[in-house]
Design a protein around this ligand. Structure first.
Ligand SMILES: [Zn+2]
Length: 306
């Protein structure tokens, strides 16, 4: 090989290296441009007529293989698997979180913290009710280890004890507030309700006065459900779309009344998982009281997945 030939080979190697570099930069830019976040995913999912394809590269969500349609979609976002499969969601129903003893509704804050730590250590994600509704009705993907935390009645311990623990673990939750009990003894105050809502804790309805709906006529039920919804909406300046039936009790009229009053979902206390086969106005929750052992808590949040 003479000097000219070897110079030519070096030039060829440099050109080849440059081409490879340009291709690599182009690819990485393309992956970057395909990064999507969960809210963007919802937009993609909503547009079902243009099937977008996706695949994972390391922890980066990029686009190639899964189609977004009504079938089950499995994709990865960072370390959490997202799914639209009908996995059965545990929705937990708490009441007060309070160190006072003597009533099973008063969950000791240490126990509550232990439960939240378990959920955090085991990679659970807490869903808002809007996210739950999107998953149940519009097939919007959720993390496969999803859970919903709810509190009934609106006790002051939700603010004093539960709220700091939820913040510590970065969890969201929903408080079903008896609308006429705001500012009453042992219930949340107007300012607390506002602060919780502004932080992102969902305040939803638990009727005006905690009536047993099954003892009321259809029109009486509609009346109570509407009044409670409007009262909370005026107080919070945001839509109130969800309700938990007092005592978890309902009849056929309650489902009709909840729909007629403009709610999007309603919750019972049947002690079962919520899945896509459930009626939206009769969604199941698990009661969590102070007497529940940690091992039974773990069973509730784990069982359906095995
Ligand atoms: Zn209640």
């Amino acid at each position: 090989m003479n000097k000219k030939d070897s110079l030519l080979s070096i030039v060829c190697i440099i050109i080849t290296a440059l081409i490879i570099l340009v291709v690599l930069i182009g690819q990485s830019l393309r992956i970057e441009s395909r990064l999507v976040t969960l809210p963007q995913l919802k937009i993609i999912e909503a547009n079902k007529n243009s099937p977008i394809k996706s695949v994972i590269s390391n922890d980066i969500y990029s686009i190639e293989k899964c189609t977004f349609n009504t079938e089950t979609t499995l994709i990865k976002l960072n370390n959490s698997t997202l799914t639209t499969a009908d996995i059965g969601i545990p929705i937990l129903c708490y009441h007060d979180v309070n160190p006072t003893k003597g009533n099973d509704l008063l969950l000791n804050p240490d126990k509550f913290r232990q439960q939240m730590k378990y959920l955090k250590d085991n990679d659970y994600s807490t869903l808002t009710l809007d996210e739950l509704h999107g998953y149940l009705r519009e097939n919007i993907p959720i993390p496969s280890k999803s859970i919903v935390l709810t509190f009934d009645d609106g006790y002051i311990g939700n603010y004093t004890y539960a709220f700091p623990i939820l913040k510590e673990f970065g969890f969201t939750a929903t408080i079903f507030m008896i609308s006429e009990c705001v500012d009453k003894d042992s219930y949340l105050t107007s300012n607390q309700v506002k602060e919780l809502s502004e932080y992102g804790i969902d305040i939803e309805s638990h009727t005006t006065d905690h009536s047993d709906l099954t003892k009321l006529s259809l029109s009486e039920q509609i009346d109570i459900l509407e009044k409670s919804k409007h009262s909370l909406e005026n107080r919070l300046n945001k839509p109130v779309d969800y309700i938990a039936y007092p005592y978890g009790k309902l009849n056929n009229n309650s489902k009709k009344a909840a729909a007629a009053a403009g709610y999007k979902m309603a919750f019972n206390l049947e002690g079962d998982y919520t899945d896509k086969k459930d009626n939206l106005y009769n969604l199941d929750r698990f009661y969590i009281g102070n007497s529940l052992s940690m091992s039974n808590f773990i069973k509730i949040v784990t069982l359906k997945r095995n």
